[in-house]
Design a protein around this ligand. Structure first.
Ligand code: NI
Length: 277
């Protein structure tokens, strides 16, 4: 028996490579997390950017709380089993009326993780609609092999290398993952997905939390991750500490160390030293 997901949702995840919507937060809780992010942005005077959009759960207690949220982990356990590492978090923020987009891609392209039972919990901080650029997915595409990708480094592309699939994607098959604030979608590392710009008058904010079962390995670098549920008999990753206070010295140090490893893996073969802004 699954803990949180329905049997149908679990079956759909394995068959189609995704399922949604999964309600995990109330609207008030979603608003609280948005407020936590925006309070920080108000202090710095800029949207969260660069390295801080990645592995954000190592910097802020509220993001760490989300990475450990029991409902999110219950759903993730239903899909990948009880021994779970959080590998990374990535904010996907699309500003109002902004050209930022995500090209069609498979997450597996540069991550270096093996085997491919890697799941993303994409948690909506705002309502997510076709108008504001919700994620679109191609059902069942996680069952095809790794597709060739081209690095574009396009300035409006929100992906690390602006990578896009080098063959035609049949967009007529695309499904829009519409979510209310506080709901999440789940998707498989090899699922073909992308999203359009935000044409609405408000920001579109989602936090992608990437989870792996403890047997998964990083093939490119000695990587780090955080054990968030169960036990780890493999020790394939060095452990990251939970932040004790927002942006305290230990948190900043742990984040810098973790991001350095991740940048090495994701940008292997390029000269990049940090995430693009
Ligand atoms: Ni992706």
């Amino acid at each position: 028996m699954p803990i949180l997901l329905s049997d149908e949702a679990v079956q759909q995840y394995h068959r189609d490579g995704y399922c949604f919507p999964v309600p995990v937060l109330s609207r008030d809780e979603a608003a609280h997390y948005r407020h936590s992010l925006e309070q920080h942005e108000a202090k710095t005077g800029t949207p969260l950017q660069g390295n801080w959009r990645h592995k954000t759960h190592l910097l802020f207690t509220w993001a760490d709380e989300l990475a450990h949220h029991p409902k999110i982990l219950d759903a993730v356990e239903d899909a990948i089993g009880p021994d779970i590492l959080c590998w990374t978090t990535n904010f996907f923020i699309k500003e109002a009326s902004n050209p930022g987009f995500v090209s069609w891609h498979q997450d597996s392209t540069y991550w270096g993780l093996d085997p491919d039972d890697v799941i993303t919990a994409w948690v909506a901080f705002t309502d997510v609609t076709p108008e504001n650029g919700c994620m679109q997915v191609i059902p069942g595409s996680h069952k095809v092999n790794q597709l060739p990708h081209t690095d574009t480094f396009h300035k409006d592309n929100l992906l690390s290398r602006g990578q896009e699939i080098a063959v035609d994607v049949d967009k007529s098959k695309a499904v829009s993952m519409v979510l209310k604030a506080g709901e999440m979608s789940l998707h498989h590392i090899k699922l073909v997905h992308g999203s359009d710009p935000n044409r609405s008058k408000d920001r579109r904010i989602g936090l992608a939390i990437r989870y792996i079962p403890t047997h998964v390995r990083q093939t490119k670098v000695r990587d780090s991750a955080m054990l968030v549920r169960g036990t780890d008999k493999y020790h394939n990753f060095d452990y990251e500490p939970r932040p004790q206070a927002d942006l305290d010295e230990a948190a900043l140090r742990a984040h810098a160390d973790a991001v350095e490893r991740q940048v090495k893996a994701l940008y292997q073969g390029t000269s990049k030293q940090e995430f693009r802004a």
